[in-house]
Design a binder for this molecule. Structure first.
Ligand SMILES: *Cc1c(COP(=O)(O)O)cnc(C)c1O
Length: 416
């Protein structure tokens, strides 16, 4: 075969039907069978996001002079997000394609800031808690930095003394998460910020998960530690629209405490035939759809819409936690205040339980340290299936205790 390319155009309906049929072996995310990769705020929210994406399907945010309307939408989204996370009037930001790109921009901006503020450092080091997202290593790998991961404390949060000990003359940046993905807890952000200020280091707060849910949880009276720009010393943050903003995928925010730091973020270039080129984030061509969808969903839900979703979600999560705790031998790891939940057992093999849950049609993800079932990030698909989940879990625990099911060591991991 020399040419695999589709030889002739096909009927539109056939093509689209084939696409729909192609999904048949995917997990039933809509039925709440997985807590990863999709975030659902309701069918109405999804339709608003889809319709808004269609309106801006072809427009390209690379060209703000051609499409000033997209620049306005992005400015609105950034300004609302900064409001949510208590940035002041000098704070700034950009929309990116996702949390990974936001973190890449954080590491890049910190690196270029350090070239000016720590000019003698040749091999810059980022000091991060062991629980920080892999995107920091991905960024460092791309950008020629090193990440030093520091063991976390017994409470699964960054251990301040160990973080302090890990800082040396090559360190440019500290990282904290709000919350971290593995156990769902917040690192001690005010203490990390004080340490960063004392050592003159960049501090990035990864609020990819918490950015669009923690403020609403707080509104409901739930105890949420300080994590945002109210904390002096927080230089940058990442907050994912496509997680708890419930907007279209391909949307996150990278935020700076002060617009004067933007010069370390933006890439500018003149030495080619076409003339001046300037770009604040990784892509050249930037789809208008995710920007328009974010603008539309934030407007459609508004503050009270997000509070309503949070009310229903936390009610379901409280029921889940209570149900898990009432099953003999299970315990919830740490004390996660938001929507990430993982649990383990010290009396039987939790990965055998995971296997039994898999046999019951749940896509169960495992956490490595400690061995645990990780429920991912709970959203509105999970609200109607709490009782079903708990009853399958009770059966699965019985099966594991009785040795009727074995752990599967090749089971699915995050991204796997
Ligand atoms: C999801 C996540 C990221 C990465 O975001 P992507 O949108 O998947 O690139 C970063 N940090 C945390 C804590 C996350 O949960």
């Amino acid at each position: 075969m020399t040419n695999r390319f589709p030889p002739h155009g096909r009927n539109r309906d056939d093509v689209l039907d084939e696409l729909e049929a192609n999904k048949s072996d995917d997990v039933d995310w809509r039925g709440g069978r997985v807590g990863l990769y999709t975030h659902f705020g309701g069918d109405d929210v999804l339709e608003v996001a889809k319709d808004a994406s269609r309106i801006y399907f072809s427009e390209n945010a690379l060209g703000p002079s051609a499409f000033p309307s997209l620049a306005r939408l992005e400015n609105d989204v950034i300004s609302w997000t900064l409001g949510l996370l208590n940035g002041d009037d000098t704070a700034a930001g950009s929309m990116t394609s996702g949390g990974t790109e936001s973190i890449l921009m954080a590491v890049k901006t910190a690196r270029d800031w350090a070239r000016e503020h720590h000019p003698n450092i040749e091999e810059p080091v980022v000091v991060a808690p062991y629980s920080a997202h892999p995107a920091f290593n991905k960024a460092a790998h791309y950008l020629g930095l090193v990440v030093r991961r520091v063991p976390i404390g017994d409470d699964f949060r960054a251990d301040l003394d160990r973080m302090r000990d890990a800082i040396d003359e090559s360190t440019i940046m500290l990282v904290g998460s709000a919350p971290q993905f593995a156990h769902g807890v917040f690192d001690p952000i005010p203490e990390l910020a004080a340490l960063a200020q004392e050592k003159n280091l960049w501090l990035h707060i990864d609020a990819c998960v918490g950015g669009f849910i923690a403020p609403f949880a707080r509104e409901l009276g739930r105890p949420i530690p300080d994590f945002d720009f109210t904390v002096p010393g927080v230089m940058s943050m990442s907050a994912d629209l496509h997680k708890y903003g419930f907007t279209a995928k391909g949307a996150s925010t990278f935020l700076l405490c002060d617009e004067s730091l933007r010069k370390y973020q933006v890439f500018e270039f003149d030495e080619w035939s076409r003339g001046h080129y300037a770009s604040p984030t990784v892509p050249g061509t930037r789809p208008g759809g995710p920007i328009a969808a974010a603008w539309a969903v934030l407007n459609y839900l508004g503050w009270d819409g997000y509070v309503q979703i949070a009310t229903e979600l936390f009610d379901a999560i409280d029921r889940l936690k209570e149900g898990i705790r009432s099953i003999d031998g299970l315990s919830i790891i740490a004390d996660p205040p938001l929507t990430i939940l993982s649990y383990t057992s010290s009396t039987y093999d939790i990965f055998a339980v995971a296997e039994a849950m898999t046999q019951r049609g749940w896509l169960v993800t495992r956490s490595a340290e400690p061995r645990a079932i990780h429920m991912g990030m709970l959203t509105m698909t999970h609200v109607p299936v709490v009782d079903q989940y708990l009853s399958d879990l009770a059966d699965s625990v019985q099966a594991a205790k009785a040795g009727r099911v074995k752990a599967n060591d090749e089971a699915i991991t995050y991204g796997g």
